[in-house]
Design a protein around this ligand. Structure first.
Ligand SMILES: Cc1ncc(COP(=O)(O)O)c(C=O)c1O
Length: 534
């Protein structure tokens, strides 16, 4: 039987709000989920009745806070099948949990030439962290290939894991929705005496996860993606792994005895929780675990799978849409990334927002994976326990005729110059013989772009052009600048702040400020570099 979304939705008052005069359709759950009243009632109860520091006071409030905080560790341990609080460390988020393994375990254990194996579909939280650790230790970082259907190439995995110290793998890809065969990867890793860290940011909130079944040495996840608060994440570790691991942060709470010469570490898990921990957040996260278990994690997984299957079937039937990752009939999570032909993700995201729909657009912190997919970015719709098939229909309706809607968006929400310059751009293919070029690789949307500037011997700008894959707004602004600044002096380009704002009379949605001022910043940086170099 499916989830009773009518009842569930009553627990999330935010879902009653409107955005741009239409009911909110929140499909950005892979970034952050909403929090039910049961969770923030717990949070409020803590602050209104027993807010106090933990493990530090011989008074009633501190005692109550300590007990609730400790019990929260047991609850989260139980949620993922661990053996108790000793195996459950509270962190700020998944990223910090992974860094704890990287610095506590990796830096102390890895030697030059040791192998770290990860995958091409990792989130930057993992990929960038292991790059840093490889650089610090001299270890060799290897990536398991992603196949054309968005799964891991397991032959390649077997080849790479032949000799390994550490494997770090996302359980569920935050772009492709792929559910990776963690159990098989763990068996391979252990056959070669390695250690496996599982990034559970997208799996723990969306399906039953049992660390014993997976045989994971470490599992990292975040509270804010599982109906819990922000500011709290978890690192599960097998007890003997955590006992052997060095702390990463030092200070109060994590010690048992300190002299001027030396310190001894506290018991697990406190050894890894230096300073005042996220007490209210931890206690509220336990309430989120209760909430999800009341629904049932099998039911959560099935609900997500059914909505994803429906969305994929509908997207697949449209000629102007491409989605990424395994087909709907293969096990995957409830997130679907896609692109609409000719409509940049930022423009699409804004036009969906006009229909009250929240999605995520950009590279989703997986730039190398987007390079493999050969796309600058994608739009991601992701569901959770409160989403309905009706909301997927609202999304699908809004995606109809997206190009035409994008053109209306430019006319309705921006100064006339934006639509004009987008339709009739100035030098959109660049110019010949530029004196200098300035390349930009935008990090939030992954766009590549380049300004070309030709300067005469007196320092006057003879011609300006650009080449860009970026959104319609940024392209229009680049074109506007190309026109407006032709004839100006190069010195004028070194301080362009406020130029575009003034040209557009501030007539653009503030939400798109980065897209509007981005070209100005790039051009300004290019002019400064040119003058410094020449
Ligand atoms: C697969 C994956 N790993 C790690 C993270 C990082 O999570 P956080 O930002 O909560 O640290 C995310 C967040 O989107 C994710 O999807």
């Amino acid at each position: 039987m499916g989830l009773d979304t009518d009842t569930i939705r009553r627990d999330f008052p935010v879902l009653d709000r409107t955005v741009n005069d239409t009911p909110l359709v929140y499909l950005d759950n892979a970034a952050t989920t909403h929090t039910p009243t049961q969770v923030y009632d717990t949070y409020e109860d803590y602050y209104s009745r027993y807010n106090a520091n933990v493990h530090r006071g011989i008074h009633t409030l501190s005692h109550e806070a300590s007990q609730a905080y400790e019990a929260a560790h047991d609850r989260l341990a139980e949620f993922v099948g661990a053996d108790g609080r000793e195996e459950m460390v509270f962190t700020k988020n998944t990223t910090e949990a992974m860094n704890l393994v990287a610095y506590g375990w990796g830096v102390n254990r890895l030697d030059p030439g040791d192998a770290i194996v990860t995958t091409e579909m990792e989130h930057h939280a993992s990929l960038v962290t292991w790059q840093q650790i490889a650089e610090k230790t001299g270890a060799d970082l290897r990536y398991i290939r992603v196949t054309a259907d968005g799964t891991l190439d397991m032959d390649h995995a077997r080849e790479l894991i032949d000799d390994v110290e550490l494997v770090s793998v996302a359980h569920v890809s935050n772009v492709l929705g792929t559910v990776n065969p963690v159990r098989e990867l763990a068996a391979l890793t252990h056959d070669h005496d390695g250690v496996i860290l599982v990034d559970g940011a997208q799996s723990v909130p969306t399906r039953p996860v049992d660390v014993k079944t997976l045989d994971a040495d470490f599992l990292a996840f975040s509270g804010h993606k599982m109906a819990g608060p922000t500011g709290i994440g978890c690192l599960y570790g097998k007890r003997h792994r955590l006992e052997a691991m060095e702390p990463f942060l030092f200070g109060g709470e994590m010690i048992s005895h300190v002299t001027f010469d030396d310190s001894e570490w506290n018991d697990l898990p406190w050894k890894f929780e230096a300073g005042t921990p996220p007490i209210a957040e931890g206690i509220a996260l336990a309430a989120a675990a209760d909430y999800l278990d009341d629904i049932g994690m099998d039911a959560v997984r099935e609900h997500e799978a059914a909505l994803a299957q429906y969305l994929i079937d509908e997207l697949d039937a449209r000629d102007d849409i491409e989605y990424y990752g395994p087909p709907g009939d293969v096990e995957r999570s409830g997130l679907v990334s896609f692109n609409v032909d000719g409509v940049h993700g930022h423009d699409l995201s804004e036009l969906l927002d006009n229909h009250g729909i929240a999605v995520r657009a950009g590279d989703h912190c997986t730039q190398p994976l987007h390079d493999i997919l050969d796309i600058p970015g994608s739009v991601r719709a992701s569901v959770y326990v409160y989403n309905t098939r009706g909301e997927i229909d609202t999304l699908l309706d809004a995606l109809e005729n997206a190009q035409r809607k994008r053109d209306h968006l430019l006319t309705d929400h921006y100064h006339d110059l934006i639509a004009d310059y987008y339709q009739n751009p100035t030098n959109p293919d660049g110019i010949t013989n530029p004196t200098f070029r300035k390349h930009s690789a935008e990090t939030t949307c992954g766009d590549e772009g380049e300004f070309h500037v030709r300067v005469d011997e007196t320092g006057r700008i003879e011609a300006l052009g650009f080449q860009s894959d970026s959104c319609a707004v940024s392209q229009a602004v680049a074109s506007l600048l190309a026109d407006h600044l032709t004839g100006a002096h190069i010195d004028d380009l070194t301080d362009l702040s406020g130029t575009v704002d003034a040209l557009l009379d501030g007539d653009f949605p503030d939400m798109r400020r980065d897209c509007v001022v981005g070209p100005e910043d790039v051009l300004q940086a290019g002019a400064r570099e040119h003058l410094t170099d020449s």
